[in-house]
Design a protein around this ligand. Sequence first.
Ligand code: MBD
Ligand code: FE
Length: 256
Amino acid sequence: MTQKIMDKRHNTIVNEIVDSIRQVIIRNKVTNTELWLAIDFLNETGRSEHEMALLLQAFFESTTCVARNNESRGSAVAIEGPYFLEGAPEIAHGGEIKTLAEEDGEPIIIRGKVTDVDGKPIENVTLDVWHSTPVGTYSGVMPGIPEDHYRGKLTTDADGLYEVRTTKPVPYQIPHDGNTGKILEGLGRHAWRPAHIHFKARGEGLLEHITQVYFEGEEYVDSDCCTGVCDELVLGFTNENGVKVITKNFVLDAAA
Ligand code: MBD
Ligand code: FE
């Protein structure tokens, strides 16, 4: 493991990180006292379980997506977040994701087409879909909601199509009682993510494709605390017999 990561790429990245931080110190005349404040802050973050992951995910996971989207011919990817679970129930075309009746969510339909970069439909793509409950929690992660709810595994048909029914997710506030919350607050930012639906597309010969969709005009779309929103992923609803429909198409890159 250690041997494997100590390669040229590793050295390049570590050197560039160190150099970037040194430039920040020089430009801003950061003092030794201030460096120690940062050291104490990071030590404290590391002592609190999950807090370092939360901090780094909130600030940098979306940047890995920017890097990939800059290079890719496929549709935009977005952050995975912490709540994907393997083993979601399989749902037939047009079927329904399990939701809690007592939570009274707004019904929505999610559908779309999956193609390769040349526009050819791809059959048999496995499409995991997961999203918050109507009160902004996640099943299987937070107590009280069975993990086979608010999650589903779909498969594209011969025309690359998929369709599923579920309920509309709502905005979600990331944990903000620790150092991640402190940093956001210091920057004058809140800890909310706009309502979103997560997707993970996988198939033979395809590059794994993780993304999200957001809803046009809704709260926090312009101020996601995880900076995970890009224009391409903000979609409007259409209306079909009184039910809101989101059409999310996917263009998937071939595996390298
Ligand atoms: C989420 O639901 C999420 O999508 C991200 C990126 C971070 C925290 C919670
Ligand atoms: Fe999420």
